[in-house]
Write a new protein. Structure first.
Length: 45
């Protein structure tokens, strides 16, 4: 089981994460992991 932690973010950042959700019930962890994956793909070239 993955350990969970709390992270403090601004309300504006939360609103951006909400807009990036593929589905309303998608966990923020999934949104952040997707962003990291895209960032890694774009910076590795």
């Amino acid at each position: 089981m993955v350990e969970k932690v709390s992270v403090k973010i601004g309300k504006d950042t939360l609103e951006e994460l909400k807009r990036l959700k593929v589905h309303p019930r998608e966990p923020y962890d999934d949104v952040i992991r997707r962003l990291i994956k895209v960032w890694k793909e774009r910076t590795s070239s």
